[in-house]
Design a protein around this ligand. Structure first.
Ligand code: ATP
Ligand code: MG
Length: 426
C-alpha cells in the first residue's frame, strides 16, 4: 500500500482524553478513531492488525475442534429472562424493537448458543461439541477510561463447549488453556502473561484469567514467587497464600485480563433444558465451558508491552499491519517528484518503485512512503510511530543497495537488493 493513498494521517498531537499509552499511540498513528468514550472505529491499519490477530485465534480455535459460526447480535428478551440476566446483567444494553418486542444487545452469548445447541444435540453421541464466533459485543461499561482496553463495543472471540460429563469438560478445558498459551505466544505477550485464578467458576472454585502485565492494567494480581501462578486480588480473602503451592511469597502486579476460561457446568443448560440422553437412556443436563478473548483489548495489550518514546514497536510480522515500511528519500532538494520515474538516478541506483514492486511480487506486505514534499525527518518519525518491524530506506546514498533497520534496534545495514526478499522473510 502506498502511504500517499492511505486516507488516514498521523498526528503529532497527543490525544488529551486518553490515559492509556496504547490508545494514545494507536490514535496518533491512525489505527483507531475514538467516536465516544469507550467507542472506537478500526481504521485500515488497525483493522489489518485485528485481522492478523483474528487469523491467529481462528487457527488455534480450529485446532481444538472449534466450529465457527456467527450468532445474532440481538438477543430476544425472553432468552435473557430465562437465565435471569435481563434483570441482573448490569452492563446489558436493552432495546425496544419496532414490534414492541425487547432485545438485549449481545454482551455474551450463552442465551443464544444454549437453545441453538439444544436444537441439534439430543444424545451422548452428539457430544462433545465446541462452537465459537468472533463478533462485536456491547457492554454499557461504567468505567471506560482505558482506551481500547475497556470499551462499550468490542470484538470478542467466544467459544462454548458442550460435554456429557465433567471429565470431558475438564479435559477440553486444559486443551483450550494450551490453545490460549499458543495464541499469546504468537502475539508475543506470553512472557508477560500470568495464568490467574479468579472467582467465577460454577463447578470449580476458580475460573482462569490470562492477565498481562501493563501499567494501564485495571486489575491487580498476586503472582506466586515460587510457581508463578496469579491470584486475582478481588478474591483474595485474608492473608495471601498461593492456592496451588501454598507459598506465601508473592509479587503484586498491575495487569489487564486478555482472556478467560470458565467451567460453566449446567448453569446455562438447565434454564434452557439443554439435555442429552446418556448411554443408559437417562436424560442429563449438558455440561458447558466458555472461553473468551477480547480482540481490541489484545491489540492494546500488545502495544502496552511493545512501544517506546517514539511510537509502537510491533513485536513480529504476524501481528504487524505490514512487514516492511519502505521510505524513499528524495535525491536532491526541490526535485522530489521525478524520482522513481526517470529522476536524477545514478547508474545502478535503485528506485523505490522498483523495490516496492519487487516486494509486492514476492508477496511481502509493504507500506510504501511515497509521499512528496515530506521531509526525511517526518518520514522517519512516522515510521517510528507506526511501528512496522522493518524499515527500508532508498536514497542516493544507498546506491544499488537498500538500507534496512529493525524498528526495535538502532543499527542500520546496507543490503544488496537481491538479498532483500530472503532477509525480510527471516
Ligand atoms: P473484565 O473482568 O475485564 O471486565 P470480563 O471478565 O467481563 O472482563 P468476559 O465477559 O469473560 O470478561 O469477556 C471475555 C474477554 O473479553 C475478556 O477476557 C476481555 O479480553 C474481553 N473484554 C471484556 N470486557 C471488555 C471490554 N469492556 N472492553 C474490551 N474487552 C473486553
Ligand atoms: Mg474478568
Amino acid at each position: 500500500m502506498k502511504l500517499s493513498e492511505l486516507f488516514t494521517k498521523t498526528s503529532k498531537q497527543m490525544p488529551s482524553d486518553e490515559q492509556s499509552v496504547s490508545a494514545q499511540l494507536l490514535e496518533r498513528a491512525g489505527y483507531i478513531n475514538k467516536e465516544a468514550a469507550g467507542v472506537y472505529s478500526l481504521l485500515p491499519l488497525g483493522l489489518r492488525v485485528i485481522n492478523n490477530i483474528t487469523n491467529i485465534i481462528r487457527q488455534e480455535m480450529d485446532a481444538v475442534g472449534g466450529q465457527e459460526i456467527l450468532m445474532s447480535g440481538l438477543i430476544p428478551k425472553s432468552n435473557l429472562e430465562q437465565t435471569g440476566r435481563w434483570e441482573s446483567f448490569e452492563a446489558l444494553y436493552r432495546l425496544k424493537g419496532a414490534d414492541d418486542k425487547e432485545y438485549g444487545l449481545g454482551a455474551t452469548h450463552e442465551e443464544i448458543i444454549s437453545p441453538l445447541v439444544k436444537k441439534y444435540v439430543q444424545s451422548y453421541r452428539d457430544l462433545p461439541v465446541a462452537i465459537y464466533q468472533i463478533q462485536d459485543k456491547f457492554r454499557n461499561e461504567i468505567r471506560a477510561k482505558s482506551g481500547v482496553l475497556r470499551t462499550r463495543e468490542f470484538l470478542m472471540k467466544d467459544l462454548y463447549s458442550f460435554h456429557a460429563d465433567q471429565e470431558g469438560l475438564d479435559k477440553y478445558y486444559e486443551q483450550v488453556k494450551e490453545a490460549y498459551w499458543k495464541i499469546f505466544e504468537r502475539c508475543v505477550i506470553k512472557d508477560k502473561t500470568y495464568l490467574t485464578l479468579a472467582s467465577g467458576g460454577t463447578f470449580s472454585k476458580y475460573s482462569h484469567e490470562f492477565q498481562t502485565e501493563t501499567e494501564a492494567g485495571e486489575d491487580e494480581i498476586y503472582v506466586c514467587k515460587s510457581c508463578r501462578i496469579g491470584l486475582n486480588k478481588e478474591i483474595l480473602e485474608g492473608e495471601y497464600e498461593c492456592p496451588e503451592c501454598k507459598n506465601r511469597e508473592h509479587e503484586v502486579k498491575k495487569t489487564i485480563e486478555v482472556g478467560n476460561i470458565f467451567k460453566l457446568g449446567t448453569k446455562y443448560s438447565k434454564p434452557f433444558e439443554l439435555n442429552f440422553v446418556d448411554q443408559s437412556g437417562k436424560p442429563q443436563p449438558v455440561i458447558m465451558g466458555c472461553y473468551g478473548i477480547g480482540l481490541q483489548r489484545l491489540m492494546g495489550a500488545i502495544v502496552e508491552v511493545y512501544h517506546d518514546e517514539k511510537g509502537i514497536v510491533w513485536p513480529n510480522n504476524e501481528i504487524a499491519p505490514f512487514v516492511a515500511h519502505l521510505i524513499e528519500l528524495k535525491v536532491e532538494s526541490g526535485r522530489p517528484a521525478e524520482l522513481g520515474m526517470e529522476g536524477p538516478k545514478g547508474k545502478g541506483q535503485n528506485t523505490a518503485d522498483e523495490i516496492y514492486n519487487q516486494l509486492l511480487e514476492a508477496g511481502i506486505e509493504v507500506l510504501y512512503d511515497d509521499r512528496e514534499d515530506i521531509s526525511a525527518g517526518e518520514k522517519f518519525a512516522d515510521a517510528d510511530l507506526l511501528g512496522i518491524p522493518c524499515r527500508l530506506v532508498i536514497s542516493e546514498k544507498t546506491g544499488d543497495k537498500v538500507e534496512i533497520k529493525n524498528r526495535s534496534k538502532d543499527q542500520t545495514e546496507l543490503v544488496p537488493k537481491e538479498e532483500l526478499i530472503s532477509k525480510l522473510r527471516t
